[in-house]
Design a binder for this molecule. Structure first.
Ligand SMILES: [Fe+2]
Length: 468
């Protein structure tokens, strides 16, 4: 081998070493160059099959469930009857059992400008067995409808569980594609963590609430069978004082129940649940959150309660992202970040999921909590106690994608792409969880971005448990 060839090889090796170290130093930072299909951003017409009203007099429609207590032995069933209140009862029975039980709920309705809602029922079923399949029935007489759900396993540190992540869904053809991709994803999400902005009914004249009804029927095919954990977004505000609607969240609060009292919250807009090995904290970006507000006080008391030996995965949901490098909504989450990022780092939150920006983005583990007005330490730095921030506002609503990104890509941004899709958080045990992002333009099993998440608490505080 000649000297020249040895030198060339050495230079190549050196170049590879420099390149690989520079990749590590610059924290990834991928802006996807994926070229997506044309998206029309049009809501599905009112006579679409996904909005079909079930047949029969006063037939229950818009049936959906959410968790009904702190630990997962409770389920809130919600449904709407169009013609008269009918029954508030839910009949339910365990799979392979002939013993039927009944739970009694309540009914509400509301007016919004010139719209009057149907009869919206909410019924909490309590004290179910963990990890069991139940059937349930709503309606009266000849017009009843049956569905089923599976309760989660008892909370515990190594209980595997799979969450779906959807945000900013709306009711376009793309929304339908997102939901279908989630349903057909072979990883089989067991519960949806929904990060806000549901129907986009407020984009219609006078916030035409008929589009809330169509949305309720659209999601029923998933939400009647597995819980959707609700987070409120700005499209849930429905605040229009000029038409007399000066109270925020009226349609949302009437239509969607949350088990907020179980976590000592005073508002359905912020609350916590345990589910399997996860402790999920839901926050409201559009309710007061400054020092001494009810939300601040609640979260201050809530975070120390989280027992990571029981639920190692600490997950926060909010609508407006704290870290986003897209131009649209840039820095809207900054006040929330300033308030709460130190708490999230201190309590070693694993992941913060948000929506609002109609795109996907995943951050590095960074924090920006050192600034004290005079020390100039105002840039995010790598921080192993910090959460990963994931924006998953790419459900497919009529406002379309947020395609414009700040340039250059900031170092805290690990991956960003403006395509519609959904996420899956697949918790394996107390130390390992796998997150994948699926874009609608790909096959159901394809992940466009993914990473292994190492639990912050168990990684930093306790010896790791080997992944089996
Ligand atoms: Fe939003």
């Amino acid at each position: 081998m000649g000297m020249k060839r040895v030198c060339t090889g050495f230079l190549c090796l050196l170049t590879v070493l420099i390149l690989s170290s520079s990749v590590q130093l610059c924290d990834g930072g991928i802006t996807s160059n994926y070229v997506r299909k044309y998206n029309s951003n049009v809501d599905m017409p009112l006579n679409s099959d996904v909005f079909r009203v079930p047949p029969g007099y006063n037939a229950p429609h818009q049936v959906y469930i959410t968790q009904g207590d702190l630990e997962g032995k409770g389920v809130i069933v919600s449904w709407t009857t169009p013609d008269e209140p009918g029954s508030n009862s839910v009949l339910y029975w365990a799979e392979n059992s002939n013993v039927k039980s009944s739970a009694e709920g309540f009914v509400v309705s509301y007016k919004y400008y010139n719209y009057t809602s149907g009869y919206i029922h909410h019924c909490t079923i309590k004290d179910l067995e963990f990890d069991a399949k139940y059937y349930y029935e709503v309606g009266l007489g000849n017009t009843t409808r049956q569905f089923w759900f599976v309760t989660p396993p008892k909370p515990g540190p190594d209980v595997p569980y799979t969450f779906g992540l959807i945000g900013d869904l709306g009711q376009t053809y793309d929304s339908n594609s997102t939901l279908t991709h989630y349903e057909l994803n072979p990883l089989k999400g067991q519960t949806i963590l929904f990060v806000g902005d549901l129907s986009y009914a407020d984009n219609y004249p006078f916030h035409n609430n008929i589009r809330w009804d169509t949305w309720g029927r659209f999601i029923e095919r998933s939400a009647a069978y597995q819980p959707w954990i609700w987070t409120a977004g700005n499209h849930e505000l429905d605040f229009v004082p000029e038409i007399g609607e000066s109270k925020p969240f009226v349609p949302y609060k009437h239509r969607f129940s949350t088990p907020y009292r179980a976590s000592d919250s005073t508002s359905p807009l912020w609350y916590s649940i345990k589910r399997a090995s996860a402790y999920i904290i839901v926050m409201s970006s559009y309710s007061a959150f400054g020092t001494y507000t009810p939300q601040w006080k609640w979260l201050k008391n809530e975070l120390p309660k989280v027992n990571r030996s029981e639920t190692p995965w600490l997950i926060v949901l909010m609508h407006c992202p704290m870290y986003s490098s897209y131009v649209h909504h840039y820095m809207e989450g900054e006040t929330m970040r300033v308030m709460y990022e130190p708490w999230f780092v201190n309590y070693k939150v694993d992941v913060v999921f948000a929506g609002h920006v109609h795109a996907y983005e995943r951050s590095e583990r960074v924090s920006n909590v050192a600034y004290n007005i005079i020390n100039r330490k105002c840039s995010p730095v790598r921080d192993e106690s910090a959460p990963v921030y994931i924006t998953i506002g790419d459900g497919g609503n009529q406002e379309g994608l947020a395609t414009e990104m700040t340039q250059p890509q900031p170092r805290y941004s690990a991956y960003r792409e403006a395509s519609f899709g959904h996420g899956i958080l697949d918790i394996k045990n107390r130390t390992h969880a796998y997150f994948g992002w699926h874009r609608n333009d790909d096959g159901y099993a394809v992940e466009a971005d993914s990473l292994w998440l190492l639990n912050r608490y168990w990684k930093l505080e306790e010896p790791s448990v080997a992944l089996s």
